[in-house]
Design a protein around this ligand. Structure first.
Ligand code: CA
Length: 234
């Protein structure tokens, strides 16, 4: 389940360089060479992060960014602006428009990828490869392994993604719709009650390790993961 990155860049050499660096770092890469192509790609499937060039042939990257921030579906989409403009004014304009970070050309692929990792860690903690530890719960995405107080928890793929998403922001309540969008991807037409089925399976698997209390129902709202390791009402 690598994070997916959309690379929006019209200069073929730079698009290739950035895409290659992202692929080498283990990300799933899609490419667009114009603002229009980027919008189509985002409309098709929401990426986890966008690397966005400032100067595009059809529209300024910053205009595309403003459009993304004005739309509820893409408001939270992490964006790193890429540009040859090093002027302080552009930097400020980019960040004001809602960019998460800003990289000036020429840049080293290593520097770009460290910015990418930092933004994904900050904005999409459930998409990184870093282990998540929460109370007695330990999730290792790279090994697809979960333990509770050292006891292994056997999970199917959907339950694993659900647990990882909840554990990335413990105590926060998520609606069924938010869980569907985040875990199964938006544009997926699954009934919200499907989430309940997977939560039941997740609880059953956790119960085998003595952690059935971790995933809590918040009546009328949705679900959350309890941070505390102690027993609590499910
Ligand atoms: Ca360009």
């Amino acid at each position: 389940m690598p994070a997916s990155i959309l690379v929006v860049e019209d200069e073929p050499a730079i698009q290739e360089l950035v895409s290659y660096a992202c692929g080498e770092s283990g990300y799933e890469v899609r490419r667009a060479d114009s603002a229009g192509a980027a919008q189509a790609a985002i409309g098709d499937r929401l990426p986890d992060l966008v690397i966005l060039d400032w100067m595009l042939p059809d529209r300024a990257g910053i205009d595309l960014l403003r459009g993304l921030r004005a739309d509820a579906r893409t408001r939270e989409l992490p964006v790193i602006m890429l540009t040859a403009k090093g002027a302080e004014g552009d930097r400020v304009a980019g960040l004001d428009a809602g960019a998460d970070d800003y990289v000036v050309k020429p840049f080293s692929p290593r520097e770009l990828m460290s910015r990418v990792r930092a933004v994904i860690r900050r904005r999409a903690p459930d998409k990184g490869d870093e282990p998540i530890v929460c109370g007695g719960l330990a999730i290792d995405p790279a090994r697809h392994a979960v333990t509770f107080d050292g006891r292994p928890v056997q999970l199917g793929l959907a339950e694993f993604k659900l647990l990882r998403f909840l554990a990335a922001q413990p105590e926060r309540v998520f609606t069924r719709r938010q869980l569907l969008d985040s875990v199964w991807g938006d544009h997926v037409f699954i009934e919200e009650r499907t989430v309940d089925v997977h939560v039941l399976r997740l609880r059953k698997a956790l119960a085998a390790a003595g952690a059935q209390h971790l995933v809590q129902t918040v009546r009328g709202l949705g679900y959350r993961l309890a941070r505390a390791a102690g027993a609590a009402a499910g």
